[in-house]
Design a protein around this ligand. Structure first.
Ligand code: GDD
Ligand code: MN
Length: 359
């Protein structure tokens, strides 16, 4: 017997059919090894009889919490973690994918010094039930690879996890979007020592999966948000470079148009350059320097244009020179823009980062 106080959080959305067998399995764990175990079911107003079911079961260690706003797996898990009063918190799915029998091992892992425990399919001894279609398998693999910059855990996608309530309370800037609350918690609670407990991951028997395309889109956004949190300068520079590349393409196209309209090179090139600068400004402000959107846009725009002038002058003179050497305009503009951008990318990034989009 282990006297630890444990709160098991089970997020549910229309899991009426699966709940009885889950609670039976947890009850067994409770009577065999963890007598001080409580369950909080966090239901997003399923209206499928879950409420009556829990009331009828009359288990005083099971509490139902119904949320009516902000539907979603991660916010539901956070609500459960906030409400938990055990020293240890475990989060698991309701559909039978996660074996309740692994709960004691996960709690022991925390008691033995781990900061976080994951019920893992991919660690030695873990398995996944056959019948996962190729697409779901691929999906899970790709998602796991994308989580690699944040953690070395082999199964960071697992929604079966355990941590101390105190670690959760120490988390900062939690941003629960989408499905991958485990990854979010590992990063934001700064959990270094993660133990993976092997589990057999079963395929759900009853009800339907809630994994939809929009959930996968949310995951992508989640990864970007986490990258911004852990590697802000890298993300900023990478985005700035990508915007710069698109700006160079935009400039060449704009030049083709302006050179048709204006016969004076200085005018057509100048106009195309100004349009391209504005293009870059819009996207840099939105994506490369996401933290500074609350500053005066006019001041930022003027500063941005001013800084861009230096590499642009390089660009302009190179383009003019090549044009005078009988290159045609789009080609001259391409060379001019490439060389100008190479100079500009470092110069502009540093200057705009520190003088225009400062935090
Ligand atoms: N409260 C609440 N609100 N619960 C939800 C919601 C929601 O909007 N959406 C899903 N859930 C609950 C489900 O009722 C279930 O208990 C659990 O979250 C997982 O949902 P499934 O629909 O079974 O998800 P899955 O099988 O596609 O994904 C599972 O496998 C992934 C690993 O492949 C989940 O365990 C993920 O957490 C896990 O990462
Ligand atoms: Mn499932």
């Amino acid at each position: 017997m282990n006297n630890a106080t444990v709160t098991v959080i089970v997020p549910t959305y229309q899991e009426f059919d699966s709940l009885p067998s889950l609670l039976t399995a947890i009850e067994l764990v409770r009577s065999e090894s963890l007598p001080n175990l409580q369950v909080i079911i966090v239901d997003d107003d399923s209206q499928d009889g879950t409420e009556a079911l829990i009331a009828e079961m009359k288990r005083d260690w099971v509490q139902l919490c119904i949320r009516t706003k902000d539907r979603g797996l991660s916010p539901a898990v956070i609500a459960g973690l906030n409400a938990a009063n055990g020293e240890f918190c475990v989060v698991m799915d309701a559909d039978g994918s996660h074996p309740a029998s692994a709960i004691p091992a996960m709690v022991s892992a925390l008691q033995n010094g781990a900061e976080f425990a994951v019920g893992s399919r991919y660690v030695s001894g873990g398995t996944t039930e056959d019948g996962w279609g190729f697409l779901r398998w691929l999906n899970s693999k790709v998602a796991t690879v994308m989580a690699r910059p944040f953690t070395k855990v082999l199964d960071p996608m697992s929604g079966f996890l355990a941590l101390r309530k105190s670690s959760f309370e120490n988390s900062h800037q939690l941003n629960p979007v989408g499905y991958k609350i485990g990854l979010e918690l590992i990063v934001k609670c700064d959990c270094k020592k993660v133990t993976e407990v092997p589990i057999h991951f079963s395929t759900r028997q009853l009800g339907e999966s809630k994994l939809t395309l929009s959930v996968q889109w949310q995951y992508l956004q989640h990864i970007i948000r986490l990258l911004r949190f852990t590697h802000p300068t890298f993300v900023s520079f990478f985005t700035f470079a990508a915007v710069g590349l698109s700006g160079a393409g935009f400039y060449v196209l704009a030049n083709i148009v302006t050179s048709q309209i204006f016969s004076t090179n200085a005018v057509s090139i100048g106009l195309a350059a100004w349009l391209a600068m504005s293009w870059n400004f819009i996207w840099d402000r939105k994506y490369a320097f996401w933290n500074s959107q609350n500053r005066s846009i006019v001041k930022q725009y003027l500063g941005f244009i001013l800084i861009c002038t230096f590499p642009l002058l390089c660009n302009y003179f190179i383009t003019m020179y090549l044009a005078s050497e009988n290159y045609n305009i789009p080609l001259a503009a391409l060379y001019g823009a490439s060389i100008g951008s190479a100079i500009g990318i470092v110069f502009n990034f540093l200057m705009t980062r520190f003088f225009v989009f400062e935090k």
